[in-house]
Design a protein around this ligand. Structure first.
Ligand SMILES: Nc1ncnc2c1ncn2[C@@H]1O[C@H](COP(=O)(O)OP(=O)(O)OP(=O)(O)O)[C@@H](O)[C@H]1O
Ligand SMILES: [Mg+2]
Length: 234
């Protein structure tokens, strides 16, 4: 469903993505692992239209979206829950969720927000609280819930487990699997390579803007390079 070929992205003279080719098929969880500064966030931001591609193509559901503005990309069915939980800190939980549906104009938005509140009871409890005063884990839930409110077909997740306590990490990974089972495909950027590879179907390893390894999650879990560099094994 997502088909990226020969993608290059620059920040001024910094050549952050150097010819990335990557696919996500319908119903898959695909994980992208890589060290700090490898270009993971840049790739997600380029897909989302937040950062412009210099060359290469991004196709989604057979349509070339490489140069579309970000709201059109959301409309086409791609939604990103950003790194660092960039929610609107001075708006309420309720308002943040409503903003997640900003590209929609159907009649189901209210019902979808209520359904999201049922799915994340903590958000229901904190409905009128300023989002910036939520805990890190709660903000992460809000960021994912907000991304889901655009009713995406493909969800881009940037380090959803970052900084969370182990039990919350567990629930986030469980949630990601539930979202996929609901029919949303997922491109997951994670520092926690072990957990990401445990739930992913396929994986890519990114090093300084280049994909250096790709394969089934099982293949990558067993690769010497991945075990040494990303899983801390010998
Ligand atoms: N706005 C920017 N301006 C200039 N350079 C940038 C900008 N954003 C990112 N970079 C550079 O691009 C490279 C890739 O950054 P990116 O944030 O995509 O890495 P990442 O893989 O997400 O890292 P992390 O795991 O730390 O989140 C880095 O060298 C970074 O310094
Ligand atoms: Mg990043």
């Amino acid at each position: 469903m997502l088909h990226i070929e020969g993608l290059h992205t620059f920040y001024g003279h910094v050549h952050a993505l150097r010819g990335i080719s990557l696919n996500v098929e319908e119903g898959e969880i695909v994980t992208l692992i890589g060290s700090n500064g490898a270009g993971k966030t840049t790739l997600l931001n380029t897909i989302s239209g937040i950062v412009p591609a210099a060359s290469g193509t991004i196709e989604f559901l057979g349509k070339n979206i490489t140069t579309l503005p970000s709201d059109q990309i959301v409309k086409s069915g791609i939604s990103q829950a950003p790194e660092g939980r960039r929610i609107f800190p001075r708006s309420s939980v309720q308002d943040n969720l409503e903003m997640g549906a900003y590209t929609r104009n159907d009649k189901n938005i209210k019902a979808d927000i209520e359904a999201m509140m049922e799915r994340f009871p903590i958000l229901k409890e904190r409905r009128n609280q300023m989002a910036g005063t939520l805990s890190g884990g709660e903000q992460q839930m809000l960021a994912i819930a907000r991304a889901l409110l655009s009713r995406p077909k493909l969800l881009l997740l940037d380090e959803p487990s970052l900084g969370l306590m182990p039990t919350l990490v567990q629930s986030i990974f469980k949630l990601i699997q539930e979202i996929r089972n609901d029919g949303v495909s997922i491109l997951l950027v994670e520092q926690n390579a072990r957990k990401a590879l445990a739930i992913a179907d396929r994986a890519y390893v990114l090093e300084t803007g280049v994909i250096v390894l790709e394969g089934s999650a099982k293949e990558l879990r067993e690769s010497d390079q991945v075990r040494k560099v990303y899983l801390g094994e010998k």
